[in-house]
Design a protein around this ligand. Structure first.
Ligand code: AMP
Length: 438
């Protein structure tokens, strides 16, 4: 597979995009294409299949949307517009964000787009599709639901985008993806975007992409240099007080705090509010309305702290976030890279802090191995780690039910988790299944 490394193009004008797209880009205020855009846009315009390593914050959405719009607008419109491009995303939030991007970039083109996801009434979504759309952005569950009801057809798809494919696999969407593949014509352009390249992702890419070109925005599984990473060793029971102290005394205005469980996120959020810090929680049990409201509040500054689980936070577009706190380390090392990728965006500096208790020692070791650095460690006076605490990893699975076929798009995973209560230290692959309902 050829690897495109060199950055040759310096402006959007030289990428081969049409005037209508350049006008839309100008309206967004973008002057220079990001590295992933410089590399991916010309290849996609040529009609190549692309396997791209890029996470949220790199400009990946414009990286696939701009050339996709150009390719589609060069084709002939059929009288009754069939869906010609499908963008699959793991979460509702990401689907909505991608749709916003598609709408903005297609402002000066004769292209219609729509977004569908679960957790909301399907009727308006169906009505929009009936009117004819060129580009559909969808989460897998709702897409299959509507297809099963005979309310949409994928038989005219020319371009398929799998966005955040690694997260789709983590969330157990492999079977749905396979089913969706079987509903599309085999001759089409395929674009797969993923922040990490596990063996599973490479297998998926092999099964979907035809002679793909690999493009990389950042080296695989490394953290962005602009992010200052720090670990505070702390007793588990003192984590809440420590995070409140750091936020209050540091006068941090916009902080994303990660929790492993929904229950933990709710509990921490309540404690923050009691301490006079405006906070909101975002996780898979929250309604779409509550999630949208929490995110809007966080973006406009009325909510100072957003407490999130990994899956809920995935794909959120929060530009220039100054502080990320890992209240608990993720049990899947790759999630650490995703989490801290929320800060230090677009060249801005950021700070990623992890509160680590004795039982997270194995997770920290795995993370340091993955990112290839030793993260500096500190202890805050009065918040010392407990010397007698066990270094055995915490038991996962607290408060989670198993498979729930009824809530397809609730960011849930549908694999059974038979290893949940194992006492042995878990490997990443085992731990992955512990996280899926958060
Ligand atoms: P994404 O990685 O697609 O989630 O994009 C992250 C953010 O970067 C979004 O807010 C985009 O609007 C913004 N963005 C995308 N491309 C550019 C660019 N070339 N210059 C400046 N900002 C951009």
């Amino acid at each position: 597979m050829p690897i495109i490394g060199q950055i040759i193009y310096m402006s959007f004008n030289s990428l081969g995009l049409s005037n209508a797209l350049l006008k839309a880009i100008d309206k967004q205020g973008y002057t220079t294409p990001s590295p992933i855009q410089q590399k991916a846009i010309p290849l996609i315009l040529e009609g190549k299949d692309v396997l791209a390593s890029a996470q949220t914050g790199t400009g990946k959405t414009a990286g696939f949307t701009l050339p996709m719009l150009q390719n589609l607008s060069q084709g002939q419109h059929m009288r009754k517009r069939p869906i010609r491009a499908l963008v699959l995303t793991p979460t509702r939030e990401l689907a909505a964000q991608v749709h916003n991007n598609v709408k903005a970039y297609s402002e000066f083109l004769d292209i219609r787009s729509a977004v569908i996801f679960g957790g909301v009434n399907q009727r308006p979504q169906v009505a929009t599709i009936r009117n004819g759309v060129d580009i559909l952005i969808a989460t897998p569950g709702r897409l299959i639901d509507l297809q099963n009801q005979g309310l949409l057809s994928l038989s005219k798809i020319e371009i398929l985008v799998l966005d955040e494919a690694d997260r789709m696999l983590d969330m157990g969407f492999k079977r749905d993806i396979d089913k969706i593949m079987s509903l599309m014509p085999s001759r089409r352009q395929n674009l797969l975007f993923s922040a990490t390249f596990s063996r599973e992702i490479k297998n998926l890419a092999n099964s979907i992409l035809h002679h793909p070109v690999l493009v990389e925005a950042t080296p695989e599984n490394t953290t962005v240099d602009a992010i200052e990473q720090k670990v505070y060793r702390v007793a588990k029971a003192k984590k809440t007080d420590l995070v409140i102290k750091l936020i209050s005394e540091g006068n941090w205005k916009q902080v994303l705090v990660f929790n492993r469980t929904k229950h933990g996120a709710n509990k921490l959020c309540k404690k923050m509010v009691s301490a006079g810090i405006s906070a909101a929680a975002i996780h898979g049990n929250k309604s779409q309305g509550a999630r949208t409201k929490a995110l809007a509040g966080f973006k406009n500054g009325s909510v100072r702290v957003l407490v999130a689980t990994d899956i809920a936070a995935r794909g959120l577009d929060i530009p220039l976030l100054p502080h990320v706190v890992n209240f608990e380390l993720p049990n899947i090392s790759e999630d650490y890279v995703h989490r801290i990728g929320r800060t230090g965006r677009a060249g801005a500096s950021g700070e990623a802090i992890s509160l680590v208790s004795a039982d997270e020692t194995t997770y920290l070791r795995d993370i340091e191995k993955l990112v290839g650095i030793k993260i500096p460690k500190e202890v805050v006076e009065g918040f010392e780690p407990d010397p007698n605490a066990s270094t055995e990893p915490v038991k996962q699975g607290q408060g989670r039910s198993s498979r729930n076929r009824g809530s397809r798009n609730s960011n849930s995973n549908r694999n059974n988790n038979s290893k949940r209560n194992s006492r042995r230290p878990k490997r990443n692959s085992d731990r992955r299944s512990d996280n899926r309902r958060n």
